[in-house]
Design a protein around this ligand. Structure first.
Ligand code: EPU
Length: 307
């Protein structure tokens, strides 16, 4: 048994998220070592791990479970081997910074994922991605511990990655090993700039949001929308496009609004409540269902008390 007395737990702590809304954590801890993290699991085996808060909505009542942030040096270490292309990054490392660093060091594989705010661990759990690739494409191994504190290293082949899903959310990711490819940094930098420009052009990057709010749905039946070629059954369609065509841009509930720039971004203004975002999500789902017969599933993770 590990002693819990060295853990520094803060009570009634804010949970920083990119939405800038939502409730607090009854208990919050930033473990400074793997042993510390195991102690946290002894305190609360149901603990919740906070990544960068970039894809997270915390309900206004906050949460009762211990919230753990891995933003301590022990979980932010990055080791890059330029020759082999092997990169080991702690779960708390900043993912966009890691992308810039690998590009600078002439390693290809992650550059298409620029513009996705995340911690390495959060990006792994979500299989973060977009039009230019997904996290799983560059993964070699994922280091995890289970809820009993037992460590394991999972090979890429044993991880059931799917669109925006890793199948690892019951575990705690502690580090990720990437397999990147040595390449000329010049073209990689150009690619990075192109991807960033595409996003700046099409997304409200300066506003408070959690990026895309809904997953892009796979169609159960062909879909025809005015002015566009028919989408076939089984195609994955942009949720933003559907929300836009359903006339939802600019819809508001309290301080939450559907972005005029990209329909899948729900933005918040100062004073907004998490409830505003949740109600707006429901309204958007209802309108898209009525308009296109498609049920949108949230991509954003919602934390609620006792749920
Ligand atoms: N479109 C519209 N109106 C809109 C939004 C999009 O007409 O309001 C059209 C676009 O013009 C384009 C098509 O829909 O023809 C696809 O749009 P986009 O390229 O923006 O891609 P997306 O499928 O909407 C995905 C990811 C984004 C990622 C972008 C670019 C999902 C749910 N979304 O969006 O990821 O940034 O590709 O790589 O997979 C995120 O996951 O948080 C996220 C923002």
């Amino acid at each position: 048994m590990l002693a819990n007395d060295q853990l520094s737990i803060t009570h009634d702590a804010p949970i920083p998220t990119w939405f800038h809304v939502g409730g607090r954590a009854d208990r919050f801890c930033t473990p400074t070592s793997l042993d510390d993290l195991k102690r946290c699991l002894e305190v609360d085996p149901r603990l919740r791990v906070l990544g960068d808060g970039a894809n997270l909505l915390v309900d206004d009542d906050g949460v009762s479970e211990l919230v753990v942030s891995l933003k301590s040096p022990a979980f932010q270490q990055v080791d890059i081997d330029e020759k082999s292309g092997r990169v080991l990054a702690g779960a708390g490392a900043d993912f966009p910074k890691l992308i810039h660093e690998t590009v600078r060091r002439g390693l290809a594989g992650l550059e298409g994922l620029i513009g996705i705010p995340a911690s390495v661990g959060g990006a792994a759990i979500m299989n973060a991605g977009g039009a230019f690739g997904q996290f799983a494409d560059s993964v070699a191994k994922v280091h995890v511990i289970d809820r009993n504190g037992k460590p394991a290293v999972r090979d890429r082949a044993s991880i059931p990655f799917e669109y925006r899903r890793s199948g690892l959310s019951h575990l705690i990711v502690t580090a990720v090993e990437f397999k990147l490819t040595p390449a000329d940094p010049g073209p990689l930098r150009e690619r990075l700039k192109e991807c960033m420009a595409y996003k700046k052009n099409s997304q409200p990057m300066a506003d408070n949001s959690a990026g895309c709010c809904f997953k892009n749905p796979t169609l159960a039946a062909p879909l025809r929308l005015a002015g566009l070629d028919e989408f076939s059954k089984g195609a994955r369609v942009s949720a933003g496009l559907l929300i836009d065509k359903a006339g939802c841009k600019g819809l508001r509930v309290g301080g939450a609004e559907v972005s005029q720039r990209h329909g899948n971004f729900l933005t918040t203004s100062p004073g907004a409540k998490a409830r505003d975002v949740i109600e707006l999500m429901k309204l958007v789902q209802q309108r898209v269902l009525e308009f296109a017969g498609v049920k949108l599933e949230p991509e954003v993770v919602i934390w609620s008390r006792n749920k």
